[in-house]
Design a protein around this ligand. Sequence first.
Ligand code: ATP
Ligand code: MG
Length: 430
Amino acid sequence: MSKTIQSIKGMNDALPIANKAAPIPTPVWLHFEAVVRDWLAAYGYEQMRTPVLEYTALFVRGVGEHTDIVEKEMYSFEDSLNGDQLVLRPEGTAGCVRACIEHGLLYNQTQRLWYTGPMFRHERPQKGRYRQFHQVGVEAFGFAGAEVDAELIAMLADLWQRLGLTGLQLELNSLGDVAERAAHRAELIAYLEKHVDILDEDGKRRLYTNPLRVLDTKNPALQEMAENAPRLADFLGEESRAHFARVRQLLDDAGIAYTLNDRLVRGLDYYNRTVFEWTTSELGAQATVAAGGRYDGLVEQLGGKPCPGVGFGIGIERLLLLLEVQGINPPASNPDVYLINDGDAAGRAAFGVARALRAAGLKVVLHAGGGSFKSQFKKADASGARYAVVIGESEAEAGTANLKRLTGDGGGEQITLPQAGLAAQILAAA
Ligand code: ATP
Ligand code: MG
């Protein structure tokens, strides 16, 4: 036998039942996706679908040249057909904005949009951090006011509730506008230059390219230096302050608690004003389950007419791991009927009965592959079906079937019915 081929490191399969190498089973994904669709519809968001492959330039311009994502995390390659520089998308906002501009969706109109799908980043795989992971992204375009910032944040609080999750925490900050950031940046660079001898490699490299990110460090040796750095909050002008105050007021009114974290800058370059993260203490280092903020300059940066934007991304795997940690299971979706049959004529009758039951709206597993009634009943039990329907050769000849309740009240009772009466009987007892 030749050697088997394995999946790529950091890129997971999802199976009907979890195992160690595929920790999140598909029923959990399906449950999450169903909740998410209802949730987004409740707020008037409409779906976008964009390709997984985009031109590299989109992310260099749209995410920022000096970000972790563009500097070291992108799966980039040259198209061997024509030499184009392509990447597997590392995030969804840039592609969504690209599509909106390309199709004229932002011309004198507002949009509330969402998407979901795989994202790709070349990171060190660990629990809650993968090379292929999935996001739900939500983006609102054309809204300059603070109420959409607050609504997006509150939407997430609502999603946690719909999923049954508890204990998630909200961190909030304002990054001000371009001019305010520039003024702060100049003072910050001057401050960092005074401490250049203690900066680590990343810090030195980013001092002039992305000084805010120097403060967003996990290096304990830099904590005190970062703590005493000039604060962006002190550079915010009247409008930025008013915008942020309004966001906080609406959250207060909604009873949504938050902590202000003036070190929250987010990894991506494009944010302004409101930024936020929802975090959990139950997943170790991979604490952030959703993150987002306002990005009023991005549309223009990608070649569109100026148009305000605000949005967030949810890390689906992290949320699904959290569901598991909190003991929240998806609702069971067992079949209604397991259809047991034995013999040539019985198999033929069962094939037709299964089709009729499904047409009546029931979920039916038709036993295939033969075997004794006893072994088929075992499979019926294991399937979790509410009923077994049994058709042997004599039932096939008589046009009847035996209906046996497998679960709940009346488990074990068995009655004989005409095949044509099965659906009504099962639906009436449901
Ligand atoms: P982190 O600081 O954990 O690397 P990030 O700031 O790079 O996160 P974003 O680009 O804001 O993450 O993406 C939004 C969300 O997507 C994150 O909050 C997280 O839940 C999830 N996410 C990001 N990278 C990964 C990954 N490699 N594997 C799984 N989920 C991820
Ligand atoms: Mg990251």
